[in-house]
Design a protein around this ligand. Structure first.
Ligand code: P6P
Length: 334
């Protein structure tokens, strides 16, 4: 019988340092970077939790590179991450959904070591109605083999398989951070009374199956035929009781899939023929997390993390979740 008074209390940053020990040559730079992300998300959540009384609800009145209306909290989240990471001299380049171009903090040629790519506040259209939203991040190494160029773009366009770390924070009924450095998926909950993320799950495994599918069926008629066939099957007697859950916040829908199993789909549609979700700072980090937890991520044609990006904000179709459920979806494609 576990005794909560004797169980060790492990903070997320302690766990990150613990993970670092398995790399004897590590200098603590990645741990330092992840600590910066933890700090930024604590600040972000403090705004999210008080949004209605801080006059940060609603739109900024501008649109971002995606052509999406920017919410006030998007800007706050973006600036918070830039400020928390901008002065940690191991960060070379930052890529944000909110910024057209990469932010060069320290050029790779002068020692910039890592690239941090992030969606500062995913699902922000749900802020006004108090639905879970989140921050997603991905970490790559700057490529020493590349010439030092002005925009740093060539360093950023790396396959998801090159990621050295990834994770997300879901601002839900509690604030939960999930991360991987390639040694499994670990989760911590923010204890707001002390402002510390406390580890609650280590080496988490996604269930191999789960009778939940997650997609916006409003676009069903323009989904690929294989997806339409799958959806008809999932709702049939033969499938035996699948349920639909769709929050409309990628981080929340993915977090549920991580914990309960099932499958999340954002296929190509007539409105978004290349899919809606962004490859570099949404799909790739979640794909890394899914694979580290024993799941699968594809763009309906191949392993998602094998895709070579061609532009900073490119979109991708995404099918991600339990191995058996992803295989089942793909079984309906000829
Ligand atoms: P749709 C939120 O705007 C977002 O980028 C993701 O968080 C979410 O999964 C998706 O878009 C929802 O898109 O087209 O279903 O509203």
């Amino acid at each position: 019988m576990k005794n909560s008074l004797t169980e060790p209390i492990v903070t997320a940053i302690q766990h990150i340092h613990e993970q670092q020990r398995s790399h004897p040559d590590a200098m603590g730079d990645l741990s330092w970077l992840l600590d910066g992300i933890l700090t930024a998300t604590k600040i972000i959540q403090s705004y999210v939790r008080r949004a209605g009384i801080l006059d940060v609800i609603g739109s900024q009145g501008t649109t971002n590179v995606q052509g999406e209306i920017v919410q006030k909290l998007d800007i706050i989240a973006n600036e918070t991450i830039l400020r928390c990471l901008g002065y940690r001299d191991i960060v070379g380049i930052m890529v944000s959904e909110e910024d057209d171009e990469p932010t060069i903090v320290k050029s790779p040629g002068s020692g910039g070591k890592y690239i941090v790519l992030f969606d500062p506040l995913d699902g922000s259209s749900n802020i006004d109605v108090n639905v879970s939203i989140g921050t997603i991040f991905s970490v790559l190494r700057c490529r020493p083999d590349l010439p030092d160029e002005k925009t740093g773009l060539a360093h950023c366009l790396q396959r998801g398989a090159e990621q050295v770390a990834a994770g997300y924070v879901v601002y839900g009924s509690s604030t939960v951070m999930a991360y991987t450095t390639g040694q499994g998926v670990h989760m911590a909950t923010l204890d707001p009374s002390v402002g510390t993320y406390v580890l609650h799950a280590e080496n988490l495994k996604m269930p191999a199956r789960g009778k939940t599918y997650s997609c916006n069926e409003a676009y069903c008629d323009t989904f690929p035929e294989g997806v339409q066939k799958y959806l008809r099957w999932a709702k049939s007697e033969e499938a035996g009781g699948y349920g639909l859950r769709y929050i409309g916040s990628l981080v929340a829908d993915f977090h549920r899939t991580m914990l309960k199993g099932g499958v999340f789909l954002y296929p190509p549609t007539s409105k978004n023929p290349q899919g809606k979700l962004r490859l570099l700072y949404e799909a790739n980090p979640l794909a890394f997390m899914a694979e580290q937890a024993g799941g699968v991520a594809t763009d309906f044609t191949g392993r998602l993390m094998d895709k070579t990006p061609t532009s900073l904000h490119e979109r991708t179709p995404l099918l991600i979740g339990s191995t058996e459920e992803v295989e089942r979806v793909m079984s309906f494609f000829d």
